[in-house]
Write a protein that binds this ligand. Structure first.
Ligand code: GLN
Ligand code: ZN
Length: 760
């Protein structure tokens, strides 16, 4: 009979118990034993929930106190020399790698594929040695067994471990040295009672060359020889048909898992490729990355095809990936409108769907409809609801023409009229938008939310903060001011809450890194903007200022990227709707007299698909959506954008195509090297503000330091087009640091202006 499997479970606990336990532990208020006890309780509860749902294959070892890649490095003994001697039994030492201490920087953190989960990047060196400690898996296996629950250990595979690491140019050269350690691990798991292992190799599906696959084939043969059946698990991308898929099938693992939500096209060729083997196919038919109730009939079609081709003994049904990226339980979200809530499936509902699928497979035909009725109702309600079919929005998108995506004046002409409208000095200074979010500000927002602060009192509190920022910036001599964003808790949530088509959960947390969780907005319907969202705050700020105050908006791609978005239409279409909604705000700011409007696209780059063949299409529509947002702006309106990173080399042509009048980027920590991307192939045609103040640290940069950075920047892009600004918004900093830092920034700009005769 086909079996059901889960590839991984949420870690934080339904009430984020792990987060709070970790943070109390780090603050010294909770002992290590209590922390471990909390973790054990959470694991037990997850296993028991899966068992109660009748799931056949329940994962263990996927749980982590911080991050599973760190756990793997720790277990393999891949601990960088710069940490000195660490005790691998010590929880405190484990957390040093994750969080650093007074002398040691933590491991670098980066995004786990295209999720908003961040993993710690193992640091290897060319003669890296490995030394196994298998307890992370053997102990949890035993822990579950003691509860009477058989589990399948989840291990990050050697290929992905090496490719996710840094420090060596050719990480796979370490494979021959690493594989014996994995063999040892597999043997230890078997000795501890495991009957199978889930070996996660997400990297296998992301543009591997045939040379890499050959190396892996050798490695995998050795792993197989350890004797423990291996469920080779891919997700987030599909194995390319015609090369990778056949290559991977030829490895003949005991089981192969495919993500059929991301890449449904793999199924038919996989069935062909596996037919002559003994490999079992695990069908990732339920979305582990998004929050929508599944179309179970569509899933059943795929399952039936697999059953027909392979027979029921060789089919597993599963979510597409670990449920780590889903919140706990949608049913508890009673604050979300009932109709919309019915469309949602978080981890608990996903497990129930898996159960239903399994039940349908063994049900009498007459019972099938009964089992599927509720699911079909949800699908129908969602498809037919007015919330997902707003005529006005659809008509507006339908009428778009290519000319709607471009401003009607070339950039250099715009530049001239903008300079005529507002005379700015050389090296104009500005900030990125937010100012410190003080406890007073947070408290006012919280009290507004829970109803204890009337709106007009709240507005007074915010106005005071805005006045403070405007006065501060004017006194300092900043050229283009901001209002400081005190009214925003989050740059996406703030807009989502004012747009039609978004819902907000009370408890829909997902792990971002360590103890940090995010609660993404849920974009369920057609998006429109009922009323102006920022104009009132802007107008107030401008009324106090002599110099222009920038309007401050979040761009469509970033809103899309940081939300759970609907899966019933292409992302491009959803993004276009958001772009039009933000466009309305651009128009209203402009009509109110706003000279400079900044549209932040912090997440433009992180939306880039994992596989190269999908990237062009994304870059095209993502940039189009930005262009659409600002296209109607008159030539004399200065459009700014901001991006929070410093890797532009491979996306430069798209950055140019944004056609923003001014772009600000992160640059201070790269010593302006990021600007090479803006000069190497073709010079960047518009204005640019490379960050000269690292806002990620409380350190106050000196005037000389900033001057030096400006000098470097002038040498690269010339003074003509250069702006002076921090790397990013200042909301996480304290006024004590921000005041002197910005003072130094303005002083440095003034000193550079006094140096005449500079050219690129
Ligand atoms: N305007 C936002 C701010 O200053 C930009 C933040 C971001 O791009 N991450 O906070
Ligand atoms: Zn930023």
């Amino acid at each position: 009979m086909a079996r059901t499997a889960l590839l991984g479970l949420p870690r934080m606990g339904p009430e984020r118990e792990l987060k709070f336990a970790l943070e109390s532990h780090w603050a010294g208020r909770l002992g290590a034993d209590e922390l471990l006890e909390t973790a054990r309780g959470l694991r037990a509860a997850s296993w028991q929930r899966a068992q109660a749902a009748g799931i056949d294959v329940i994962p263990s070892g996927d749980f982590s106190l911080y991050d599973h890649v760190l756990d793997t490095a720790w277990a393999l003994g891949a601990i960088p020399a710069r940490y000195g001697a660490l005790d691998r039994d010590s929880l405190a030492d484990y957390f040093v790698l994750a969080r650093g201490d007074a002398e040691r920087r933590p491991l670098e953190m980066t995004k786990w594929f295209d999720t908003n989960y961040h993993y710690l990047v193992p640091e290897l060196d060319a003669d890296q040695q490995f030394e196994l400690r298998a307890e992370h898996w053997t102990a949890t296996l035993a822990e579950a067994a003691a509860l009477g629950i058989e589990t399948r250990p989840v291990v990050l595979g050697p290929l992905s471990f090496l490719l996710l690491s840094k420090g060596v140019d050719d990480p796979l050269a370490l494979l021959p040295r690493l594989v014996p350690v994995y063999v040892e691990l597999l043997r230890a798991l078997a000795a501890a009672g495991a009957t199978e292992v889930q070996l996660d190799e997400p990297c296998l599906a992301v543009d591997r060359t045939s040379a890499e696959l050959d190396l892996y084939a050798t490695a995998f043969a050795q792993l197989k020889a350890a004797g423990l059946p291996i469920a080779l698990t891919t997700y987030f991308a599909g194995l390319d048909v015609g090369a990778m898929l056949e290559h991977v099938a030829a490895l003949e693992p005991a089981e192969l898992h495919l993500d059929l939500v991301r890449a449904p096209g793999q199924l038919t060729p996989a069935l062909q490729a596996l037919s002559a083997t003994g490999t079992r196919l695990s069908l990732g038919v339920l979305d582990g990355r998004n929050v929508w109730a599944a179309d179970l009939d569509a899933a059943l079609e795929r399952i039936d095809a697999a059953l027909a081709a392979l027979g029921s003994e060789r089919v597993t049904i599963a979510p597409s990936c670990s449920l780590l990226h889903l919140p706990y339980e949608a049913a508890r979200e009673t604050g979300i409108d009932e109709e919309v809530r019915g469309w949602l499936a978080f981890a608990a509902e996903r497990i129930a769907e898996l159960r239903t699928l399994a039940d349908v497979l063994v049900a009498e035909p007459v019972q099938t409809d009964v089992l599927l009725d509720a699911s079909r109702d949800r699908q129908r309600s969602r498809r037919e609801s007015a919330r997902t079919n707003d005529r006005a929005v659809r008509d507006r998108v339908g009428l778009l023409r290519s000319t709607d995506y471009a401003r009607d004046t070339p950039a250099d002409e715009r530049r001239t009229v903008q300079h005529e409208r507002v005379a700015l000095p050389e090296l104009p200074t500005t900030t990125i938008g937010s100012y410190p979010q003080t406890p007073e500000i947070r408290d006012a927002r919280r009290r507004l939310r829970d109803g204890t602060l009337p709106y007009d009192e709240y507005e007074q509190v915010m106005r005071k903060r805005i006045a403070e920022v405007v006065a501060f910036e004017q006194e300092l001599g900043i050229d283009v001011l901001v209002h400081g964003e005190p009214e925003r808790n989050d740059m996406v949530e703030y807009f989502g809450q004012q747009l039609a088509g978004f819902a907000f959960s009370a408890n829909g947390w997902v792990q971002s890194y360590g103890s940090r969780c995010v609660k993404p907005p849920i974009l369920y319907g057609d998006v429109s903007r009922p009323e102006p969202m920022t104009v009132g705050w802007w107008r107030y700020a401008q009324s106090l200022a002599e110099r222009p105050v920038k309007g401050m908006l979040t761009g469509p791609v970033t809103i899309l990227q940081w939300s759970f978005v609907r899966d019933d239409q292409p992302r491009q279409e959803t993004c276009t709707q958001i772009a039009l909604a933000i466009q309305d705000e651009v128009a209203d700011l402009e009509a109110a007299g706003c000279f400079a409007i900044q549209v932040d696209e912090a997440a433009l780059r992180e939306g880039l698909p994992l596989q190269r063949h999908l990237q062009d299409d994304y870059n095209r529509w993502a940039v189009d959506c930005f262009r659409l947002t600002v296209a109607p702006a008159r030539p004399e309106t200065q459009v700014h954008t901001h991006m929070c990173y410093s890797e532009f080399n491979d996306v430069m042509e798209h950055i140019v195509r944004l056609d923003a009048d001014v772009i600000s980027i992160e640059a201070s920590r790269s010593d302006m090297e990021v600007l090479d991307a803006f000069t190497s192939s073709q010079p960047y045609p518009n204005d640019i503000g490379p960050g000269v103040y690292d806002i990620h640290s409380p350190r106050v940069p000196s005037v000389e330091e900033i001057e030096r950075l400006l000098e470097l920047a002038e040498a690269r892009v010339g003074r003509e087009r250069l702006w002076v600004n921090p790397d990013c918004g200042l909301k996480t900093r304290r006024w004590e640091d921000v005041r002197p830092a910005l003072q130094n920034m303005v002083a440095a700009a003034q000193r550079r202006r006094a140096v005449v005769g500079v050219s690129a």
